[in-house]
Design a protein around this ligand. Sequence first.
Ligand code: SF4
Ligand code: SF3
Length: 552
Amino acid sequence: MFCYQCQEAARGIACDIRGICGKEPEVSDLQDMLIWVTKGLSYWNLKAKEYGIKDDEVNLFVAEALFATITNVNFSAKRISQMIDKAIELRDRIKEEFLKAYEKKHGKKFNEKVPEPADWSTPGGMSVYELKGAEVGVLLDKNEDIRSLKQFLIYGLKGVAAYADHAYILKHTNDEILYFIQKGLVETLRNDITADELVGLILETGKYAVEVMALLDKANTSTYGHPEITKVYTGTYNTPAILVSGHDLLDLEELLKQTEGTGIKVYTHGEMLPAHAYPELKKYKHLAGNFGNSWWKQDKEFEEFGGAILMTTNCLVPPKETYKDRVFTTGLVGFDGVTHIPNRVDGKPKDFSPVIQKALELGPIPERPGKELTIGFAHDQVSKVLDSVLEAVKAGKIKKFFVMAGCDGRHSSREYYTEFAKKLPNDTVILTAGCAKYRYNKLDLGDIDGIPRVLDAGQCNDSYSLAVTALKLKEILGLDDINELPIEYNIAWYEQKAVAVLLALLYLGVRKIKLGPTLPAFLSPNVLKVVAEKFNISTISDVENDIKTMLA
Ligand code: SF4
Ligand code: SF3
């Protein structure tokens, strides 16, 4: 195995024995194989598109395959292997269709040379896939800079694909985004691709990252209403309970419907916290509160919670034996030995009865006191209070905004973000989204004329909301450049959705971003130099120093 896609890559270089995330080498090689055959599938699908053939199943599958390989989504060798089978099956189907269409149009057979994954085939099975995966992974490209750029592109595409899949689940799709993902994948098969071409594709990924986050925003808000300022209780009640984590709002909604009247209370964990702010979700009285913190604390917090647990997307930490039997996965999440709730069939809701049954069997969880968190500052809500925000800015009561969106992670170096939030002067406001917020959202940082000093827009994809707010401010203030706003960016990243968010910010023209707690291991020294120079990206140093320079 060789994996360096997340911020916690071993030694800041790569995981090559076993993932720090818990990913086994076997699964890592299978994931590499899945990406590789998905490139082959994309190759034929793009060719078929030229002949007017559109296969929605293929378009969706490509997004799902990428999403399944994001950090902390799927640790199951069996599930990834089944996805490889499916990729090959779809590839051969779309290839056949293309070949027929080609012959019909040209009166002769297609005989161009095709890239290896477009027709690789062998009586497969998991062990063959694993061996091939080890051959065609990250290290396939010998030139360090080309490898770095290709992986940078693929990780950005993974983030875009994940958000596209989230939107698709809520019946919102955009073929242009799905085809761009495929184009990007196919381009990485070229041995003659130049660094400049790759940089161009990476920047274009930023454009699609903006588009896909806008699409997901529309999917979420048209289904569940615009998030509203909401207080969320962080304690628990003495009843049977289910804790829901991940980003999938439809899973939560279906579970809420199916638990109505059962006496079960439903709680959110990690990235599911923003669900409480959506009118069509908060209306369920048994959506009782938020328990715990961000993803990496789940081994302690899931154990302590006591009820059933449902993981809808990333980030799953390999469950401990002590609570594994009450964890359930669904969607693209997978872990061998953990019960999986199957997908919807024929548009019918998922059947969460095994989770409900488990919660009832486990009985009431302990009552624990908790404080209240205020959330729901997505763009629509913020636009309603924008006048008072602007007044506070004009009156000098708010000097600066700090966008501290992104991910949390387990490294102790992330205490930086808690300290940073604590030490920011009282006339500053933090704009956040994603699980990075758990480093400071319980600090009681107060408010400025009723405006909380931490404005939480929602999940990582709701970084889009922060961008909308920034663009609106730019317009109102009549500025030419988004960088003239009194906004500083101190972004924490971990997995590949955050890579897409970063590319979206770059596409929108945001410069001088601080990215931490460390810069990506997948950026080679040369690529890093280009990124730093072109976009003025740097990493964090110490809190006092960073605050000083960012306030200057
Ligand atoms: Fe290592 Fe991160 Fe890859 Fe997991 S996802 S194997 S922690 S680099
Ligand atoms: Fe967190 Fe995984 Fe990225 Fe959606 S839950 S932000 S790390």
